[in-house]
Design a protein around this ligand. Structure first.
Ligand SMILES: [Zn+2]
Length: 306
């Protein structure tokens, strides 16, 4: 029997049974304490064990960069792949969970920088997965080059990504349905012009939660860049922060795991579910951004009065 009828049968089964009552299959290798395994190591290519996030969502990234795997009856969905050197580590984690990487149907992306999307060309080559670009990142993924409006562009051109084939562009606030799981794309252009956050629902028994893969919210730039000279970028960054603040968000995960204190939360040291997490995350980033703008204004004033 080929894989297709099995998947079709599984998809039919999932439609007949509400997601909340689906038994969870224990996955080998998802029970290791990732906080302990990565203690003292946060390198982008430092290997980490896989770990369960919630329901059928797993962490498959490295100690320094997040990649998530979501199991659905219609196949696997991967969110991000990390740096180029992480491609094999992410695929090894998928295998450690008992899945064939060939079952990855879709790859979703947080933002178009090499530390999150650099591995995608290799992962796409090995799996045949289709890449879904967020609302504003398709050009950068297809060319491997940064958007010229990216405050880090002069640095990023030195770290180009291998171009990937983009199969689909997901409009803002629309859902990619994979079986019964819907992945909503949110344009959150704070960290980069193509920054995208993704939300989806997971259940464990009767308990259902929304996972928010909230994109990086830092407004960093190359030296000498002034946000004040780029009012459109300032407006986009603020717009993104307001969308992040309003995301449906029971469990927040970020592309840099430390930004959401992820490992202690996956290891049971801190609460996994934090209501209002995206709001607080956006509020802290807004405060840092406004401080940067105030500093730029103060420096401009100083140089005028010199
Ligand atoms: Zn990053």
């Amino acid at each position: 029997m080929s894989v297709k009828p099995v998947l079709a049968a599984l998809a039919g089964l999932a439609l007949a049974t509400p997601a909340a009552s689906q038994p969870l299959l224990p996955r080998p290798g998802a029970d290791r304490n990732i906080a302990a395994a990565c203690a003292g190591r946060d390198g982008w290519a430092d290997p980490a064990p896989p770990a369960r996030v919630f329901g059928n969502t797993y962490y498959v990234g490295t100690c320094g960069i997040t990649a998530l795997l979501v199991e659905t009856p219609a196949g696997l969905v991967l969110l991000d792949g990390g740096v180029p050197e992480a491609a094999e580590l992410v695929l090894a984690n998928v295998r450690k969970l008992g899945f064939s990487p060939r079952l990855i149907r879709w790859i979703l992306v947080s933002h178009e920088h090499y530390d999150h999307a650099g591995a995608l060309a290799e992962i796409q080559r090995q799996t045949g997965a289709r890449i879904v670009a967020g609302p504003n990142q398709a050009t950068m993924l297809r060319t491997g080059q940064p958007d010229p409006a990216d405050p880090q562009a002069p640095l990023l051109v030195k770290e180009p990504m291998l171009p990937v084939k983009v199969d689909r562009i997901q409009p803002h606030a629309s859902r990619l349905m994979v079986g019964v799981t819907g992945f909503t794309a949110w344009a959150t252009p704070t960290h980069s012009p193509g920054s995208t956050s993704w939300t989806w629902r997971e259940c464990e028994g009767a308990v259902c939660r929304t996972i928010a893969y909230a994109d990086s919210a830092s407004t960093i730039s190359v030296d000498g860049y002034r946000f004040s000279d780029n009012p459109q970028r300032v407006a986009a960054a603020r717009q993104g922060l307001s969308v992040i603040a309003g995301l449906p968000c029971d469990i927040m995960v970020t592309p840099h795991p430390a930004a959401s204190d992820l490992f202690p939360r996956l290891s049971g040291v801190k609460p996994l579910v934090q209501f209002g997490a995206c709001r607080s995350y956006a509020a802290a980033a807004t405060e840092r951004f406004e401080a940067r703008l105030a500093q730029e204004a103060a420096e401009a004033k100083k140089s005028r009065t010199k």
